[in-house]
Write a protein that binds this ligand. Structure first.
Ligand code: NAX
Length: 325
């Protein structure tokens, strides 16, 4: 058996965590031979509820769980952390404007960025799930002065997986038959799920579906899938979000074998997206590192959508600029 690694999960008493913790503990994320120490963070008011989740983790008697820490202190939760999944965030309350939501979350993620910078493993990999995920990741990275911004990513993998499942259903294929899916930009309704480079069983996806379906069904369905789930379930996506978080971290840590996955990472000028935002890109992962896939042709249809989601991210950034210092 390997030496245990430390996995921090914030929002640990919440609904995504209620799926995520158990997937991580069972070995889905880091493999069946990798023991984990779970470091669970939530706010003081949620400690009693978190106690219940911890009792259930204990009752699973998971062979891979080498320890459980539950706390309301980020400095304790991130002590020596190798993988941090930042799920907890402030939801939009009644009468709250978008700017208020951005500021409330910016306050949380600046504290957590600083705590990660002080306490986490120097190789920590951070995934931000809590919304607005891309901008929260930007804030955490900017506040983690002792870490590399490339250690901070945000989740667009749920959108990527939703796009795979829509295209698979339309073409009668399995999701595993599809390669080179991309979700560009923000995890919001401006995201751009792009099948321009996709293949289905080796054939160009664009030769199997028509442009009207892409524009009128595929893109809006993926963009609005979160809202559709809230309407049907009365609650936002939780198990699928947890599953996407597991996919994102597993692929980053263990590699994608050349396959493309969508990850929101600090923009570096690739595809004309200037530095300064955390943007969804096609990535491949190898040896614990991600690289943005380079050299793709971008047509006018894609360009307009990629720029629109970039513009939204720059607006979000402008609303919290003072917290980036
Ligand atoms: P819940 O409201 O069920 O749970 C959130 C938990 O976070 C609560 O237990 C709360 O006490 C805790 N929390 C709040 N502030 C905290 C802080 N400062 N430190 C630690 N914990 C804190 O929400 P849930 O359904 O689990 O969703 C969590 C977040 O994921 C939300 O922001 C949600 O919008 C976001 N999502 C992101 C997705 C993505 O693809 N990036 C998809 C799913 C989801 O909508």
């Amino acid at each position: 058996m390997k030496k245990p690694v430390k996995v921090a999960i914030t929002g640990a008493a919440g609904q995504i965590a209620y799926s995520l913790i158990f997937r991580v503990a069972s070995g889905s994320m880091l493999g069946p031979d990798q023991p984990v120490i779970l470091q669970l963070l939530d706010i003081p008011d949620a400690m009693e509820k978190l106690k219940g989740t911890v009792m259930e983790i204990e009752d699973c008697a998971f062979p891979l769980v080498a320890g459980i820490v539950s706390t309301a202190d980020p400095m304790e939760a991130f002590d020596g952390t190798d993988y941090a999944l930042l799920v907890g965030a402030r939801p939009r309350g009644p009468g709250m404007e978008r700017k208020d939501l951005l500021s409330a979350n910016a306050a949380i993620f600046s504290v957590q960025g600083k705590a990660l910078s002080e306490k986490a493993s120097r190789d920590v990999r951070v995934l931000v799930v809590g919304n607005p995920a891309n901008t929260n990741a930007l804030i955490a990275a900017s506040n983690a002065k002792k870490l590399d911004p490339r250690q901070f990513t945000a989740m667009v993998r749920l959108d990527h997986n939703r796009a795979l499942s829509q295209l698979a259903a339309k073409t009668g294929a399995a999701t595993t038959d599809i390669e080179k899916m991309i979700v560009w930009g923000n995890h919001s309704s401006t995201q751009y799920p792009d099948i321009s480079h996709c293949t289905v069983k080796g054939k160009p996806a664009k030769s199997l579906v028509d442009q009207a379906w892409i524009e009128k069904e595929f893109i809006p369905t993926v963009q609005q899938r979160g809202a559709a789930i809230i309407k049907a379930r009365g609650l936002s996506s939780a198990a699928s979000a947890a599953s996407a978080a597991v996919d994102h971290m597993r692929d980053w840590a263990l590699g994608t074998n050349g396959k493309w996955v969508s990850m929101a990472v600090p923009s570096d000028g690739s595809y004309g997206i200037k530095p300064g935002v955390v943007y969804g890109y096609p990535c491949v992962c190898k040896n614990g590192q991600y690289e943005i896939v380079q050299g793709l042709d971008i047509d006018a249809f894609s360009r307009a959508r990629m720029d629109a989601t970039d513009a939204e991210l720059r607006e979000e950034r402008a609303a919290i600029e003072d917290l980036l210092k």
